[in-house]
Design a protein around this ligand. Sequence first.
Ligand SMILES: Nc1ncnc2c1ncn2[C@@H]1O[C@H](COP(=O)(O)OP(=O)(O)OP(=O)(O)O)[C@@H](O)[C@H]1O
Ligand SMILES: [Mg+2]
Length: 512
Amino acid sequence: MPVGKAIPEVQNDEVRRLASLLEVSKCLTDTIHLRKSLRFALELLGEDDSVDEVFILLDTEDAGRELLTQYPEEPPTLMSRARSLGKIADRVIESGKPVIVPKASLEPMLGGRSRVPAKERSLILVPLILAGKTFGILAMELHYDGERHYERALHFVQVVASLVAQAVRVNQLAEAEKRSLVAENLHLREELKQRYDFSNIIGNSNAMREVYERITQVARADTTVLIRGESGTGKELIAHAIHYNSHRAEKPFVRVSCAALPETLIEAELFGHEKGAFTGAQFQKQGRFELASGGTLFLDEIGELQPSLQVKLLRVLQEREFERVGGTQTVRADVRLIAATNKPLEDAMNEGAFREDLYYRLNVFTVFVPPLRERQSDALLLADHFLEKFSGKHGRNIRRISTPAIDMLSSYHWPGNVRELENTIERAVLVCDGHVIHGHHLPPTLQTAEASDTLTTVDLAQAVAAYEKDLLLDALKSTRGNRAKAARILHTTERIIGYKVSKYGIECSRFR
Ligand SMILES: Nc1ncnc2c1ncn2[C@@H]1O[C@H](COP(=O)(O)OP(=O)(O)OP(=O)(O)O)[C@@H](O)[C@H]1O
Ligand SMILES: [Mg+2]
């Protein structure tokens, strides 16, 4: 075969070399199982009677030296391979040049053996090079043959080495591509998770879970959605969530408050106007419907929409087109509509203030946002959320809310819903002078558990007692119920602590 005697059978040898190369290159096209195909390639080379061993050593920065594959397969280890090559391997790696050792016994770099071995061997070492960098060695050990044409043999091994290097390269690329596909896949899954993970909406009460369920059901459809709920329950947040979980997410989310502007302005605001449509209309202007093109239009406080505009809106909902104010050209409306109201539209309808046909057009899919008093467990989650938000915003280092303050937050009935809770916590953060929000940082309306809609008057003695209990609980908590230590924190005596503890019915053991 290829590296055997070259003279005088030059012609024959060339043919065999080429045939051999062809076989090797065929093997190496399977880069999915790189190790396996390299081993086949070495096996082909090893079929030559004069070849004792062939192997591939890798030398990489991260993995160090590694025996990638060898023929025959039985086990010389990396150590013995490295030892048998000695410094020659280093030289090939460092120089990136091949080395031929016709008589191993005479080579000083192989340990300069003093005794001629029974079987003289020859070595051919060729660097494996990728992008100008040597990353390994293809090594071949042969019987010594004084008539061998070593240069020609080297040339052959070099061609094989370049095929091997290419195969490794292709394999690396395939691996990199695989890794990037895996990464992309992970990224997409993460994105998907985020889409249905309404992480900016706080609350895991059953009532809120139903809301998430509803959002998930409707987000991907292009259905008109009506969001209902008391003031401050988070309707706008839900409208956002629907938009950002829909396939219109990349397109604009445009909000119009139907209450904020007078009737005439609202029309121009919604549908835009042509130049000169009315005094002051110096330019053509796009309305919110056009601005939201491809995205979502959020009509907030839809219950406040004037009857004349209700008709126009109805037309857009039915025909998906409209004209700008003062214009005749018809504009197509590619928008998804989400409307919100905190008013009972049914009452308005009965009074004739809200059109029945529009009501039915809007009332296709409704999301009811429950008031905060019906999900007290969320109040605490929200309080923590807002505490973190406003501590950060106002640069305060407030770590927690005291137990009595928590009790106050959870027994209050929150007529203003989440918005009221949000304002309450922001105010508490601003007036808090330490690391803990206490009961007295909360507004007077929360000071008694019975706090009601009516204007509350504060009983001084009660408020002071609440504060005192609050301080006591905090001190006992931080000393794990140790009264003597708690007394030191509060600059008082253990006897007084004992007295107050029984006065307020505090169980010290619960702090241990
Ligand atoms: N579940 C929630 N998680 C986090 N923040 C919330 C939540 N619900 C409401 N909020 C916050 O409370 C405030 C009021 O919410 P939003 O403006 O969405 O209420 P709304 O229902 O639209 O009220 P209105 O009917 O008065 O317009 C906002 O600052 C909002 O970010
Ligand atoms: Mg709102």
